[in-house]
Design a protein around this ligand. Structure first.
Ligand SMILES: *Cc1c(COP(=O)(O)O)cnc(C)c1O
Length: 402
C-alpha cells in the first residue's frame, strides 16, 4: 500500500477550516478494533469509537472488504434505478427492527428531518394545518434548522432564529407534562424522543424504559405518531439491536445513523403501522441516500453484527463494565448510568479536563458531555479482556482525579 500519511497539523497552525469544532491536538493514522494509533505508533484504547459510530471497531475486515470491493465495482447509480443492495439492506434493517418501510439518508440529522416531514404529512392529511410535535428538554436531534429547533439545548439554537415552528417542549420522563400539552394543543400529531439521551448526559427517564411504554400508550390514545431517535442508541449500542427492544413496544417512526455504517456516512428513517405510506413518490429524496456502496456497507454492518453476536456481547460486557464501575468507584460519590456499551459516569464536579488527562496519561480516549458526565461508547464487540484494560485505566483516572 502506498504511504499517503500527511504531516500532523500543529496546534497553532492556521488552516482553511471553519472553526466549528474544538479539536484535540492529536491525530490518528490507523485503527484496529478497539485501538487507535498515532504516526509514531502510540496505541490508545478507544472508548468513544468516533462518537458511537464505529461500533464494530476500527478497520473491521468485513466492512473494509465490502467497501473496497464495491468501490472497485460500482459506487453510485442514483435512485432512478433499482439498487439490489439497497433492497437487501432494507430487508436486513426491517428484520432487526420490526419496522416495515425504510428510507436511507446520509446522516442522523437528515434521518430526523425525514421523521419530522412524516409527522407533518400525517397531520396535514387529517386536515390539521399547523401540526405540532412534542420534544424533550436536554434532547439532541441534530444541527439542521428543523432538528436544531427540535433539540432541547439553547446553545445549539443560539443565533439561528427564526427557529422552525411546531415543537412543544416537555421535561424528559414527565408523562403528566405530555398530558398537559395534549389538553392545551389539539394540533399535536407526534412525539419525538431519544430512549436514552446521549448528548444530554446518558439519561434514561426517572422511571426507566417504562417511560417508553407510557408514551406509546398516550400516542395510541391521542392518535399521535410515536417517533424514536435511535441515532446513538441503535445498532446494538445498548445491548438490544434498538433500545426500544428493552420493552414490548414498537414506535411508528424510527431513526438511526451512527453505528449503521461503522464510519461510512449513512442514516435511515423507518416506519410501521399508521406511519406507512405517508411519504410517497416525489415527497422525499436524497441524491446520495442508499447508494450502491452505502447500502452494501449497511447490509454488511448488520450481517456482521449478527454473525459476531455483537448485540449480546454489548449487553454482557457492557453490563460487566457498569457493575465493575459501580463496585470499584462505590465510595467516590459518582453515579454510573447506562445500558450495554452506552455508559455515563456522573462525577460530583465539572470534569471536562479528564478528556486530556485520560488521553495523555492513560492512553485512553473518552468523552465528557453535559460538563460532568464521563461518556463511554466503546465498540459493541469489545472483549472482556479489553474491558478489563478499560476498567483499570478508567478507575485509576477517576480515583486520582477526585
Ligand atoms: C448524533 C445524533 C444526531 C445527529 O446525527 P448527525 O449524523 O450528526 O447529523 C441526532 N440525534 C442523536 C440522538 C444523536 O446522537
Amino acid at each position: 500500500m502506498t504511504d499517503i500519511t500527511l504531516a500532523p497539523v500543529q496546534p497553532d497552525q492556521p488552516t482553511h477550516l471553519m472553526a466549528t469544532y474544538g479539536r484535540q491536538a492529536i491525530s490518528f493514522v490507523r485503527g484496529r478494533g478497539a485501538y487507535l494509533y498515532t504516526q509514531d505508533g502510540t496505541e490508545y484504547l478507544d472508548a468513544l469509537t468516533g462518537i458511537a459510530v464505529c461500533g464494530l471497531g476500527h478497520a473491521h475486515p468485513a466492512i473494509a472488504e465490502a467497501i473496497a470491493e464495491q468501490a472497485a465495482t460500482l459506487v453510485h447509480t442514483s435512485n432512478l434505478f433499482e439498487i439490489p443492495w439497497q433492497t437487501a439492506a432494507a430487508q436486513k434493517l426491517a428484520e432487526v427492527s420490526g419496522m416495515e418501510e425504510i428510507f436511507f439518508s446520509n446522516s442522523g440529522a437528515e434521518s430526523n428531518e425525514g421523521a419530522i416531514k412524516i409527522a407533518r404529512k400525517f397531520g396535514t392529511q387529517q386536515g390539521i394545518s399547523l401540526p405540532k410535535i412534542i420534544v424533550a428538554e436536554q434532547s439532541f436531534h441534530g444541527r439542521t434548522l428543523a432538528t436544531l429547533s427540535a433539540t432541547g439545548n439553547k446553545k445549539v439554537q443560539d443565533g439561528f432564529a427564526p427557529l422552525v415552528e411546531g415543537f412543544i417542549r416537555v421535561p424528559f420522563g414527565d408523562i403528566e407534562a405530555i398530558q398537559e400539552a395534549a389538553l392545551q394543543h389539539p394540533d399535536i400529531v407526534a412525539i419525538l424522543i431519544e430512549p436514552i439521551q446521549g448528548e444530554g448526559g446518558i439519561n434514561t427517564a426517572p422511571q426507566g424504559f417504562s417511560y417508553l411504554e407510557e408514551v406509546r400508550h398516550l400516542c395510541n390514545q391521542h392518535n399521535w405518531l410515536m417517533m424514536l431517535d435511535e441515532i446513538q442508541t441503535g445498532n446494538g449500542r445498548t445491548g438490544k439491536y434498538f433500545a426500544y427492544q428493552h420493552t414490548n413496544i414498537i414506535p411508528d417512526v424510527l431513526t438511526t445513523a451512527k453505528g449503521l455504517g461503522n464510519g461510512f456516512p449513512v442514516g435511515a428513517v423507518m416506519t410501521q403501522g399508521k406511519a406507512v405510506g405517508l411519504l410517497g413518490p416525489g415527497s422525499h429524496g436524497s441524491t446520495y441516500g442508499g447508494t450502491v456502496l452505502g447500502s452494501r456497507v449497511v447490509y454488511t454492518v448488520i450481517d456482521t453484527i449478527q454473525k459476531e453476536n455483537a448485540v449480546e456481547n454489548a449487553a454482557v460486557v457492557g453490563n460487566y463494565i457498569v457493575d465493575q464501575l459501580r463496585t470499584q468507584l462505590a465510595d467516590k460519590g459518582v453515579q454510573v448510568r447506562g445500558f450495554g456499551m452506552m455508559i455515563g459516569i456522573q462525577l460530583p464536579k465539572d470534569c471536562t479536563e479528564l478528556v486530556a488527562i485520560a488521553r495523555d496519561e492513560y492512553k485512553l480516549i473518552i468523552n465528557v458531555t453535559a460538563g460532568s458526565v464521563v461518556r463511554l461508547l466503546p465498540p459493541i464487540n469489545m472483549t472482556q479482556s479489553q474491558a478489563d484494560i478499560l476498567l483499570e485505566r478508567l478507575v485509576a483516572l477517576i480515583t486520582n482525579y477526585l
